[in-house]
Structure formats: C-alpha cells, structure tokens
Design a protein around this ligand. Structure first.
Ligand SMILES: CC(C)(COP(=O)(O)OP(=O)(O)OC[C@H]1O[C@@H](n2cnc3c(N)ncnc32)[C@H](O)[C@@H]1OP(=O)(O)O)[C@@H](O)C(=O)NCCC(=O)NCCS
Length: 157
C-alpha cells in the first residue's frame, strides 16, 4: 500500500538527522553492493553540513512518524562548472526512498527539491545516471526528466 503523499516533505539535512541518514546511507550502499569506509561516510556528512562545501543533502520527512524516526529518504547533489554555459549545472548524485514509502511520491519530491534549490541558485539543468537495469527508478525518471543518449565510461587511477 502506498503512503499518503501529503505527509512527506523535504528539507535540507540537519545535524540531528545524522543517525537516520547513516541508517539509510547503509541501505543505499547495500543496494549498490558496495562498502563505503566509515571515514569516507563521515567526511560526506561533514561536507553536507559545511556551507563552504558545494555538496548538499536533503531528507524526506514523514510527519506521521515520531520525531527522531521520521526520515524516509534522502538525496544528494552538487553543482559544477559546465563548459557549455556560464552557469553551473547540477549533478544529482544519490537518491534513496525507504521501501515502506515507495510509489508514494517520496522519490519525486526529493528530485523536485533539487530542482527548486538549483533554480534558486540560477542553475538551469540537473542531470543524473542510473543503471540500465534499474527499472523502478526509471519509472520515475521518465516522468521527471528526459533520457539522454549518452553512455558513461570510466577509468580508475
Ligand atoms: C528510485 C526510488 C528513489 C524511487 O522512489 P519512490 O519513492 O518510489 O518514488 P515515487 O513514488 O516518487 O515515484 C515512483 C513513480 O514510479 C511510478 N510507477 C511505479 N510503478 C509503476 C508502473 N508499474 N508503471 C508505471 N509507473 C509506475 C509511480 O507511479 C511513480 O510516479 P508518479 O510520481 O507519477 O506517481 C526508490 O525506488 C529507491 O530508493 N530505490 C532504491 C535506490 C535507487 O534505485 N536509487 C536511485 C539510484 S539512480
């Protein structure tokens, strides 16, 4: 059953959200079958809360759940220089919606928060990647964005 959409709102992450974010970050890492070292996780969280660091995190909060246990998703994003415009563009990096919240509008609200924040920063484009087999995510993405014809390559150094 889908949760009622109106009880979920999105706001920037705060210090008090740390444990709830960590719990979800762990689930997200499990989803990607990866291990992120504790010091790397700690540094990401520090950056999210550091106004001098241009990487952001917002959390979805369900008002029907008790304070301290009401975070139900998160998104991270970062603006960067783009050679095709004077303005930065935004890379939407991580997106997670709790299993209990899926198909209730939480993922869409998280993405729309990034759109709104980017707009307020004068940014005109937000982009992201997903795995070609991540069909649940693409059911949402096809409604909030346009699929490009780019394929990603990578070389680790
Ligand atoms: C991807 C993810 C964030 C989506 O979160 P969510 O809370 O389910 O997202 P929403 O409920 O806002 O959107 C789901 C959309 O898919 C649509 N959808 C679901 N099943 C569908 C189906 N069978 N046919 C058509 N549309 C369908 C829903 O209708 C909804 O669209 P709507 O906003 O127009 O109603 C979530 O599945 C997740 O966290 N997955 C694991 C991690 C992950 O994949 N992250 C993204 C990595 S790129």
């Amino acid at each position: 059953m889908s949760p009622p959409k109106e009880t979920v709102t999105v706001r920037f992450a705060q210090e008090a959200d740390k444990q709830q974010w960590l719990d979800r970050w762990e689930l997200y890492n499990q989803f990607y079958k990866r291990t992120v070292p504790a010091n790397v996780t700690a540094e990401q969280w520090r950056r999210f809360l550091d106004p001098a660091s241009p990487v952001y995190c917002a959390v979805a909060v369900n008002s029907e759940m008790p304070e301290g246990a009401n975070v139900v998703g998160f998104v991270t994003w970062l603006p960067h220089i783009y050679t095709g415009s004077i303005e930065d563009i935004v890379y939407l990096h991580d997106l997670w919606s709790d299993v209990t919240q899926r198909n209730g509008g939480t993922g869409r609200k998280l993405i729309e928060f990034v759109y709104q924040d980017s707009k307020e920063k004068g940014i005109k484009s937000v982009y992201w990647h997903t795995q070609h087999f991540n069909h649940p995510a693409q059911l949402l993405y096809t409604k909030v964005g346009n699929k490009t014809d780019f394929v990603q390559y990578k070389h680790d150094l």
